[in-house]
Ligand binder design. Structure first.
Ligand code: HEM
Length: 174
């Protein structure tokens, strides 16, 4: 494929998927999940809808895969076009820093956020199926899982904002 066309396609995928990823994680971390937590049992129902029916974790995995894969290809492309010279430039270092923030967030998402959200969904389902109020143990476990997910979401939102900030200034670094 002609180089400019490839660049345009990769940048289109990269910037749109990256912007959606940062925005979605930020809104879930700072607005949606706190609202879910403040809504008691109704919040559990909304979480079940988001995770089970709307497949929110899978949506995040698609966005992160599209952003990271296209970003790595753009990174390699810049290096190849300059015979490796570009990798030693300041912009390359700042793009690399932003990429590291985003990749750490993806690893956290897959190893902490997704499994914790799944455990919350399963426990909420067990409680709902029992027909009665949750036991003290179930309540404690739910509170622990919710706190863990909120913390992981906050860290992810912060890292992704730092990734977007690095990407937005990298090109102009002297
Ligand atoms: C939240 C994640 C990310 C966001 C929001 C994001 C956003 C952006 C944006 C807006 C640009 C355009 C900057 C400009 O033209 O001045 C860009 C460029 C770039 N990004 Fe990312 N990015 C993210 C993650 C990554 C990752 C994981 C990599 C992996 C290596 C990466 C590598 C690059 C590269 C190499 C460019 C330069 C493309 C070019 O030379 O035209 N980005 N990114």
């Amino acid at each position: 494929m002609e180089s400019t066309a490839l660049l345009i396609i990769l940048r289109l995928i990269h910037v749109v998927a990256g912007a959606c990823w940062v925005g979605a994680v930020y809104v879930v971390a700072r607005k949606v999940f706190p609202a879910v937590l403040a809504s008691g049992p109704a919040g559990g129902v909304v979480m079940g809808q988001l995770a089970g029916v709307r497949k929110l974790p899978m949506f995040f995995i698609h966005l992160m895969a599209a952003t990271i894969l296209s970003g790595i290809l753009l990174y390699i492309r810049n290096g190849m076009l300059s015979n490796g010279e570009w990798y030693r430039s300041m912009p390359a270092r700042i793009y690399g820093l932003g990429a590291a923030f985003a990749i750490v967030t993806a690893i956290l998402g897959v190893t902490i956020n997704s499994p914790t959200a799944r455990k919350i969904g399963a426990l909420a389902g067990t409680i709902a199926a029992s027909g009665g109020p949750p036991s003290a143990d179930q309540q404690a476990e739910l509170a622990r899982l919710n706190a863990k997910l909120q913390k992981a979401l906050n860290v992810g939102a912060l890292l992704l904002v730092l990734a977007a900030a690095s990407m937005s200034v990298a090109r102009y670094m002297p």
